[in-house]
Design a protein around this ligand. Structure first.
Ligand code: NAD
Length: 481
């Protein structure tokens, strides 16, 4: 079945309609050119979408069994796989990511659909031993209408771990994609329609954060909000939802460290250290931009990384080079300002290059590597969201741990050592939602719960844990004498 994926209206209930607030430009970050437009939804559109989601819960969608929901998600997964190449092109052009990364994102979405389709009817309650004459059991019920505010860096993957998990639990979703990258969310809604998900189960309202996003976060008709994005906006949406007593999952930023000890397998570590720092041009919440290296191998690691960074090339998404452009001129200016500060205060040991045929209007930043970065430097503390990696030396395990935990973030950490006792100690003591030992990211496994502590947010998505987050536990006590 060929589904039309190029949509630019709002998906509300069973309709595709224009936004009340006019149109917003769609820019290709690889060239800086305007390549289309999307609807600017506003608070009336959000209100209509929340109403459509509620009607779906009271209607066809709410009446489905968990098994039937799982079957529909499996069918949707099949359509995603069938349309994989077109979806990847949409995502690559809209976000500016190299095609192979966009293809991996589509494969991840298909895998989320497979995983949550299978899990939909396997979320069990418990019976609780209690006083004589009682039988007590628990049930996991959907929250109801879930709001999903999505960033621009990995729209399809975040739809997979957030919207798909919510649907599997029986919620009806209202999705507000980022204004800089909304096209794949609209394509997803078109595929959901084609897969036969009842009207109103998936609603997508494109538009600006401060209008459509704020309206969704503060809407009294939602029952749960999942927000993935920056810390300052996360604080705003949490406050807005809190005024209505609505629970929030916050997936925020990070400043993730990799700890490389003298006994590490460097052949295995080096390529991973590079990829984990620059994947998606560093615009990844779990980007491992802080590379902490023990003194005994520091110079060797720094030299090997410098050689690799010097060979990295940025270019258009469809050229499929090491990295693509950044998402916008604004983001590029922000990252370049940090690089200027780094050039003044730190040692720039390597700089990649921008492909000679890359358009001058594209938002390219060549990857850079700094060494000698102290823990109190802004580049060590702030999430840059660009292709910038930092190397800092440490003497021993205690100093490595102190440096790793020295930012307000706590999302992901990587540890490279052959010492099993040290592996266990650091797994326990690192302040992070995920710790990887002798790898980083474990291939992105959709099965693996993900989320932060501290300024990286709270709540968990991915894996079965997401299904618990997108449901409320009810305790039923039956007194039968
Ligand atoms: P952002 O906070 O600017 O925007 C995220 C979303 O919030 C967008 O849809 C935007 O339209 C919306 N928004 C903006 N202002 C709003 C408001 N006042 N009210 C409601 N919604 C509003 O973030 P971004 O720049 O798109 O994404 C980058 C950030 O996202 C980085 O900090 C990154 O680390 C984080 N991120 C985190 C994860 C994670 O899982 N922890 C994953 C991806 C990205």
């Amino acid at each position: 079945m060929a589904v039309e994926l190029n949509r630019n209206g709002l998906r509300i209930g069973g309709d595709w309609r224009n936004g009340a607030g006019g149109r917003l430009p769609v820019e290709n970050p690889s060239s800086g050119e305007r390549v289309g437009d999307i609807a600017a939804g506003d608070s009336d559109d959000i209100d209509a979408a929340v109403g459509a989601a509620r009607a779906a819960l009271d209607g066809d969608w709410g009446r489905l069994s968990a098994t039937e929901r799982g079957r529909l998600l499996a069918r949707l997964g099949g359509l995603v796989a069938e349309h994989a190449e077109r979806l990847a092109l949409i995502e690559a052009r809209d976000v500016g990511k190299p095609l192979r990364q966009a293809r991996a994102d589509v494969a991840a979405l298909a895998r989320y659909l497979e995983f949550y389709a299978g899990a939909a009817d396997k979320v069990l309650g418990e019976t609780i031993p209690y006083l004589p004459g009682y039988t007590v059991h628990t049930r996991r019920e959907p929250h109801g209408v879930t709001g999903h505010i999505i960033p621009w860096n990995y729209p399809l993957q975040i739809i997979g771990r957030s919207v798909v998990a919510a649907l599997a639990m029986g919620n009806a979703a209202v999705v507000k994609p980022a204004e800089d990258a909304s096209l794949s969310a609209l394509a997803f809604a078109a595929l959901a329609e084609a897969a036969g998900l009842p009207s109103g189960a998936v609603n997508v309202v494109t538009g600006l954060g401060e209008t459509a996003g704020a309206a969704l976060a503060g809407h009294p008709g939602i029952d749960h909000l999942s927000f993935t994005g920056s810390g300052p906006v996360g604080a705003l949406v949490q406050a807005a939802a809190g005024r209505n007593g609505v629970g929030v999952t916050l997936e925020l930023g990070g400043k993730s460290p990799q700890l490389v000890f003298d006994d590490a397998n460097l052949d295995k570590a080096l390529p991973v250290l590079v990829t984990a720092a620059i994947q998606n041009a560093g615009q990844t919440c779990s980007a491992a931009s802080r590379i902490l290296v023990q003194r005994g191998v520091h110079d060797r690691v720094a030299a090997a990384l410098a050689e690799r960074f010097a060979g990295l090339v940025a270019g258009p998404a469809e050229a499929d080079l090491d990295i693509g452009p950044l998402i916008s001129a604004r983001q590029k200016a922000r990252v370049e300002a940090f690089i200027v500060q780094g050039r003044t205060d730190l040692t720039l040991v390597a700089e990649g290059r921008i492909a000679p045929d890359a358009s001058a209007g594209g938002h390219y930043v060549a990857p850079v590597l700094f060494t000698g970065v102290p823990a109190d430097h802004p580049l060590f503390q702030e999430e840059l969201f660009g292709p910038v990696a930092l190397v800092t030396a440490f003497e021993d395990e205690a100093e490595a741990l102190a440096l790793a935990n020295a930012t307000r973030y706590g999302l992901v950490a990587g540890v490279w050592t052959r010492d099993g006792d040290r592996q266990m100690r650091l797994a326990r003591d690192l302040r992070a939602g995920q710790v990887f030992i002798n790898n980083y990211g474990a291939g992105g496994g959709v099965e693996l719960p993900f989320g932060g502590v501290g300024a990286s947010g709270h709540g968990r998505e991915k894996g079965l844990e997401a299904l618990y987050g997108f449901s409320a536990l009810k305790t039923v006590a039956h007194h039968h004498g």
